[in-house]
Design a binder for this molecule. Structure first.
Ligand SMILES: [Fe+2]
Ligand SMILES: [Fe+2]
Length: 363
């Protein structure tokens, strides 16, 4: 599987890892002007990405040794794993927050190569090439010192994990559509600690940026542009996440477990034993994302390691993706019935889309 490289703005490249369910996005920004050139890599992947990224850097700007700046939104290994290697192979300097530095310096990085963002956070920075850029905090989204990067020339806001998502869009391409929201919602419910953190970060974006960005470029999933910017920002402002969502859903956890077990039991009746084995093996792995369910010996789900409504949603999605074709049309009905039977509200992703709605004329 190949890494996808797309020029999202002039000299601004997205490099997307190939997994079908959860992409890692690295970005490269090449600044050129006043006879100068600065090659900046942003959130340059995990160890698993290095070999491929190295080849892509070679094509884009002549190789790892020519990296001048590394920007890290935060310290997670899916984006910081290569900085030690990049430091060894180049004279690159690292631009990040002190909070992130406190952790990534454990890679053995010398402090003289750090440019702490706190020096100029929320200020417009003029580069020697003439470009104007800024860094904005995304406090607790999902890390204390998380930072975002804004480019005034192309109006792209690189948001790190904020606005990142699992891949729930059915079509190809790098830009989000309505189907992408579901993956963003699941990711944020799991990774963002509180609604307040999200709301403050959005307020910061709205008050600091001259206008809303033209593109939101996250470290996972689809890029957001056009009408989806305002739409997804509004949805995000109202999203229940983290500990609050966990507490709220803990109250009716038993109902969700009951509904999910009922859904699986009905599915089991509709498909062969072999087919069901295949479905449950995917549920155990949860599509490489995070182990979601605890099964007992009889194959019943007895606990979920994430919020139970999210566990239901992830399970339903997995079944939609991998259940045999002949049952796919029926899955929606099975899910809705299982939830109604235990008195749970039908979530938005199970509401009928306009093109699927019943035509009243036939009654
Ligand atoms: Fe992260
Ligand atoms: Fe991440």
């Amino acid at each position: 599987m190949d890494y996808k490289v797309v020029e999202i703005a002039d000299n601004y490249f997205l490099i997307r890892s190939p997994e079908p369910d959860f992409h890692r996005n690295t970005y490269v920004r090449i600044f050129e002007g006043n006879g100068k050139k600065i090659n900046m890599v942003m959130d340059p992947g995990g160890r698993v990405d290095f070999q491929e990224l190295q080849k892509i850097y070679q094509k884009l700007f002549g190789g790892v040794q020519k990296i001048n700046l590394i920007f890290l939104t935060h310290q997670d290994p899916d984006l910081s794993g290569n900085i030690g290697t990049i430091f060894n192979l180049s004279n690159a300097r690292l631009i990040t927050s002190f909070d992130t530095w406190r952790l990534v310096k454990s890679y053995g990085l010398p402090v003289k190569r750090l440019i702490p963002i706190e020096k100029f956070s929320l200020k417009k920075i003029k580069l020697s090439t003439g470009h104007i850029i800024s860094f904005l905090p995304a406090r607790y989204c999902h890390f204390l010192g998380a930072m975002m990067y804004y480019d005034y020339e192309d109006k792209v806001l690189f948001t790190g994990d904020f606005f990142g998502g699992l891949n729930t869009k059915k079509t190809e391409g790098i830009f989000a559509n309505n189907e992408s929201w579901e993956g963003i919602e699941v990711f944020h419910k799991l990774y963002m600690p509180s609604e307040l953190a999200i709301q403050r970060t959005i307020e910061g974006m709205r008050s600091f940026l001259p206008n809303l960005p033209e593109t939101i470029a996250p470290q996972h999933g689809d890029l957001i542009s056009g009408g989806y910017i305002e739409k997804f920002i509004n949805k995000m402002s109202e999203l229940k996440v983290g500990i609050n969502a966990l507490e709220e859903n803990a109250q009716n956890k038993d109902q969700w477990l009951l509904a999910f077990n009922q859904f699986l039991a009905q599915l089991k009746e509709e498909i062969s034993e072999e087919e069901y084995k295949m479905v449950s093996s995917h549920l155990i792995l949860a599509e490489n994302f995070t182990p979601v369910y605890e099964f007992d010996k009889a194959g019943k789900v007895v606990n979920t390691k994430v919020m139970p409504d999210i566990a239901f949603q992830v399970g339903y999605k997995i079944c939609q993706n991998i259940a045999p074709q002949h049952i796919k049309d029926k899955l929606h009905l099975l899910a809705v019935m299982s939830l109604s039977d235990v008195g749970l509200e039908i979530p938005e992703y199970l509401m009928l889309q306009e093109d699927e709605s019943f035509n009243a004329d036939i009654f």
